[in-house]
Design a protein around this ligand. Sequence first.
Ligand code: F3S
Length: 389
Amino acid sequence: MHLTAEEEAILNGEEGETKQQLLEILVGVGKVFGAEEMVPIRSAQVSGASYKTIGEWGLKWLASLDAHAAVPAVLNPVGMDRIRWEEMGIDPGFAKKQLEVISAYERLGIRLECTCTPYYLNITEYGDHLAWSESSAVSYANSVIGARTNREGGPSALAAAIIGKTPKYGLHLVENRKPGIHIQVEGEPKQADASWYGALGYLAGKISGNRIPLFSGIRPGRDQLKNLGAAMAATGAVALYHVQGITPEARVFSYSTEGLEQFVINADEVASLFTGEQVDAVAIGCPHCSPDELIYLASLLEGCSVTKPVYIFAARDVIERESEQIRRIERSGARVYADTCMVVSPALERYDRIMVNSGKALSYVPTMCGAGAVIGSTEDCIRVACTPE
Ligand code: F3S
């Protein structure tokens, strides 16, 4: 692996032990994957921020580091809203440890944004190299924005944030971004919002595994692409997909379906995943809600009172920008939390059956929260939880 004189100096400890240790991690990863050099990154998103995941050992390791992020860097969702955690019913002992983890990251120059939608924070655009961790964020960055990132682990993303570079291999290289299979979608979506695309992604991820699918027959908007990619990253390991005529690289490179393994998914098959309405809570915002989704939720909740708990999750920055919508939503009794989500927070473990509008949550809620999950459209989610005033 070719290293610059500056990188060699860091490896020799000339900029301190922390940077030396973190660059060693990056060079080690680069050598394993055959990277020829490092590439500067525009931003990083660091996972391993929940105390539930990193525990006491991780906290001690973070506290031992002495450096500052070289590029804009944010965290993945943590186990609770760092301000409204009491309202979420979080145990104070857990909250204390979680806040210590967040402070440890803050000391390293990581922004106090804990979100799986860092693309709403203006820290990336087309062609940027990134070091992001969370699978749905990685999928969105690669597929919808046309930026370039592998799915980083927590330590390698943190190392990249501090060094400002990542090893150049995998999806950083154009030749590894071509489609491997073609999925033709037949029929019209039965649900009008992004939930149908989440259900499509739930099925398509199982077909794709870790291959790069090229879709045709669909015309999704941005929130629909978000839900599609998140679900494929959950039921498969899809870090990049293309949609003919829609996603940036499919437009630039005009990929052909010839020579690709062919699959068909019918809209009726997707619609058949929408079953049952007997639930005891509703959770929306997997991935975290966009400003448009919050506006839509506010309009659906207008004039309603919730009779079942409704949890909505979004990035803190988005919540602050959309404060008027949040007031409209919370007037109904629904709650909008930042920094966390239905899967990483222990708050939803108390329910037996949860309705979600996301293919990724449909896949993860049963294993991570121990609750049954059903998928509904956003409208269904609000209907089952609300009575008109
Ligand atoms: Fe985000 Fe949590 Fe879903 S991290 S993608 S809201 S599982």
